[in-house]
Ligand binder design. Structure first.
Ligand code: GLN
Ligand code: ZN
Length: 782
């Protein structure tokens, strides 16, 4: 090796938010999609974000070469890598231009589909709320370097004074996350194409080196999850793939054909993959030491000659780092490094794109609460402090002391731990988690509800019109008062109720017009939460969410949904569904306190919901739906951790609902139907009726329900609300016919896949009319 490996920067982050501090990227791409701006204008906006990020990160302390990660993306980092490799599904036809390149329009076509083709599928990125696009790879996929955007972005930053560290999804993770293409034979595993993608990675690394990149980051989070045996990626196969991939990529010497390589492994400990990763020839490895444990002394010895990049600062949540504790762990790591001959640097545990930009922007938050938080910019400073501690412990003493003081103030703050809330959870007994047998409840419910066979209902929200959203915006700006707002919402509720009466629904909903978001709405009305103004984080593509902050003990100061439900029920003789968001979903879509087990926090939320259910019953509501669309989302990446999660999550739902009277019909709703390992958990929720996604998979889910022997009410969705398409009545009748072949008719409900919030009224009315018509026809045959 003639060229010396450049030193890895002492402080870095694994990635930075890319949507822009004021969601500039969202605005720029959406304007481009709408034909309101040119490709050049979009490119200019993107460059401004990239250069702004480099300048900001330098200002915050990432001053060494390669410390600023090149993690910009127009839409998604997995799509970026797929496009760089030329991995486009054949079903899209020719997307490459005459020079063999995939341009921005091809890129967006894969992300968003076109008139003939559905976009790439989207799914959750590890245990986060971010969704990536799933590449499709088959034996026929031809890989060739098809975009050098990552090189261009590096060159742009360099020309403006910052040597960044380009980012790519690593080859093992890229293929492990890909799904087999439509043309692939049964049992085909995309990972079998590893040898074919490696030359393209190598070519790209060569171009990056030629452009002056000293380090490149290859992200391999799949190594922290247990292999999916069903998909043919067992743990041993992943280890073997790591060995082959990095032997090939590190074959050229650093600087002679490639930059030095940082392999990053965010979202958990490497566990049994530690040895495989340590045995590769990469120059640095980033370990998630926030979620994962420090490898054992024997494991660490194998990192000799590398840089271990210690991810002590959590990139995935918003709490200020306990710098004193991190410093102590750093001491241990530094000692091991001295003994075994590896260098140590400091980083975040994951990319920081899961958290908002800057807590200083949230001036409306209580100053003490703000002091407990660290968004992306604050995390950069924390990393820099720890790096300076590593070089000279005394230099960081002030910052470490301050963090210790602030964290102590959080532990002692009165509303963080409230005795009246804690006494309630401490006093819970098994009886609080269960209802009498379903047969007993079903009889009591039949006596009250008198529903026909195949009853019809919807999932909750009706289209949120511009008027509804406009009214909320005017309320927030103070342009209308609460009384005026209430009147506008009641008008909307009446319109929704009248429409359902006219269409002939059996169980009605009020339409949820008063809710900005199914979690934030509850967060705003419960104690223990706060909401941000600028705290947007990317959910997928240009879509962002603004998670609430659950910082203290949760309780319900007053009924939340009851007045709306009561008003809606007063408009009809049909049963009106009360509509709540479940404890697991409230946790999954918020930033949750990390100072106690999630199970304890979930039970606090559950008790608040339990009180709400009691008040809904007192107000005459007989059917109550508790949505849990995120139940699957929080499932741990390691199989060993899954049973404990499923235990507390199911219990929290049961705690929320088990106080209901026998005659109250409890519904739940889940937005997906790939039940797999969680079917027992769904059954364990013990809801009287469960509605699920099914239209896109043409009712396949009923096979699972039949095999499992699901014994309570179930509503597999018959109308795919994700598309503006109106399903015909005959088509819905066919779906119902399939359903009754597998699920006893007395258990079956007829409903759409999900809420109608994002749909327009015209197509919704037509679709719902066909849905009710189909149910009536089907009833004649059961
Ligand atoms: N009740 C909610 C609605 O209809 C459920 C949304 C969801 O499942 N994501 O909007
Ligand atoms: Zn849903």
């Amino acid at each position: 090796m003639s060229v010396q490996t450049p030193a890895f920067p002492s402080a870095t982050i694994l990635g930075y938010p890319r949507i822009g501090r004021r969601r500039e990227l969202k605005k720029a791409v959406e304007a481009y999609w709408a034909g309101k701006s040119s490709a050049a204008e979009l490119q200019a906006a993107a460059e401004q974000i990239q250069l702004g990020t480099a300048a900001r990160l330098t200002e915050l302390g990432l001053t060494e070469p390669s410390a600023v990660p090149g993690t910009f993306s127009f839409y998604d980092q997995v799509l970026d890598t797929a496009v760089a490799l030329g991995a486009v599904p054949a079903r899209f036809g020719a997307l490459h231009d005459a020079d063999g390149r995939l341009g921005l329009d091809a890129y967006f076509t894969l992300a968003r589909g076109n008139a003939e083709q559905q976009p790439l599928e989207m799914t959750k990125w590890f245990d986060t709320n971010y969704h990536y696009l799933v590449p499709e790879v088959g034996p026929e996929t031809s890989f060739s370097l098809s975009s050098e955007r990552v090189v261009d972005e590096f060159a742009l930053a360099k020309a403006n004074g910052t040597v960044t560290r380009p980012y790519l999804v690593g080859p093992v993770t890229f293929l492990a996350l890909s799904k087999a293409s439509d043309d692939a034979p049964e049992g085909f595993s995309p990972l079998s194409r590893l040898e074919d993608v490696l030359p393209v990675y190598a070519e790209l690394l060569e171009r990056l080196a030629a452009a002056g990149a000293e380090w490149v980051q290859l992200d391999e989070p799949v190594l922290v999850a247990d292999g999916d045996d069903a998909a043919g990626t067992t743990s041993a196969q992943l280890s073997a793939a790591v060995e082959r991939a990095y032997a090939a990529l590190t074959a050229p010497a650093v600087g002679e054909g490639r930059p030095a390589i940082l392999l990053s492994a965010p979202y958990g400990g490497l566990g049994e993959q530690t040895a495989a990763v340590a045995a590769t020839g990469v120059e640095a490895v980033a370990l998630d030491l926030f979620k994962g444990a420090l490898p054992s002394a024997a494991e660490l010895a194998a990192f000799a000659g590398k840089t271990v990049v210690a991810g002590f600062v959590d990139g995935h949540n918003i709490w200020r780092n306990d710098l004193a504790a991190s410093a102590q762990k750093l001491d241990a790591l530094k000692a091991a490094g001295a003994e075994h001959g590896f260098a140590v640097a400091v980083a975040t545990s994951t990319s920081t794109f899961h958290v908002p930009h800057d807590v200083e922007e949230e001036t409306q938050l209580d100053a003490q609460l703000r002091s407990w938080l660290a968004f992306a910019d604050q995390k950069v400073r924390e990393v820099a402090v720890l790096a300076s501690y590593l070089a000279d412990p005394a230099s960081a003493a002030g910052a470490i002391e301050e963090a210790t003081r602030v964290i102590a103030s959080r532990a002692e703050a009165p509303d963080v731990r409230r005795p009246e809330v804690r006494e309630r959870t401490a006093a819970l007994t098994d009886a609080d988690f269960s209802r009498p047998a379903f047969v007993t409840r079903a009889a009591a419910q039949d006596a009250v509800l008198h529903l026909p066979p195949l009853p019809t209902t919807t999932i909750g929200s009706f289209p949120q019109t511009a008027e509804v959203r406009g009214a909320r915006a005017r309320l927030n700006k103070g342009a209308i008062d609460a009384a005026e707002y209430e009147k506008l919402m009641k008008d909307e509720i009446k319109r929704v109720v009248d429409l359902q009466e006219e269409l002939g629904f059996d169980v009605l909903v009020h339409g949820e017009p008063e809710r900005n978001d199914m979690v934030q709405y509850f967060a705003e009305n419960l104690d223990g939460f706060d909401v941000t103004v600028h705290g947007w984080v990317q959910s997928y593509g240009s879509r962002c969410t603004r998670p609430s902050i659950l910082w203290g003990d949760v309780s319900r100061p007053a009924p939340i949904t009851v007045p709306w439900a009561e008003y809606a029920q007063s408009l009809t003789d049909k049963p009106m569904k009360g509509m709540l968001t479940g404890p697991v979903t409230i946790l999954a879509w918020s930033f949750v306190r990390d100072d106690q087990p999630l199970a304890e926090t979930a039970n606090q939320v559950a008790l608040a919901l339990r009180d709400e259910i009691a008040d809904l019953e007192a107000a005459g509501i007989k059917v109550i739906q508790v949505d849990e669309p995120a139940l699957r989302e929080l499932l741990p990446l390691r199989k060993a951790d899954q049973p404990a999660y499923l235990d507390w999550s199911v219990k929290s739902f049961r705690l929320a609902t088990a106080g209901a009277q026998d005659s109250t019909q409890v519904h739940t709703h889940l937005c997906y139907s790939e039940f797999g390992v969680i079917i027992d958990a769904i059954d364990g929720l013990d809801a009287d009726v469960t509605s699920i996604e099914a239209a896109r998979s043409r009712m396949e889910v009923v096979n699972d329900l039949e095999a499992h022997g699901f014994g309570r009410g179930v509503g597999p969705g018959v109308y795919d609300i994700h598309s503006p398409r109106v399903p015909g009545q005959g088509e819905i009748e066919e779906l119902l016919k399939t359903a009754v072949e597998h699920v006893p008719a007395r258990q079956l409900w007829v409903n759409p896949d999900c809420g109608l919030k994002t749909r327009g009224y015209a197509e919704t009315e037509d679709s719902l009319r066909n849905l009710v018509g189909a149910a009536k026809t089907a009833r004649a045959h059961v």
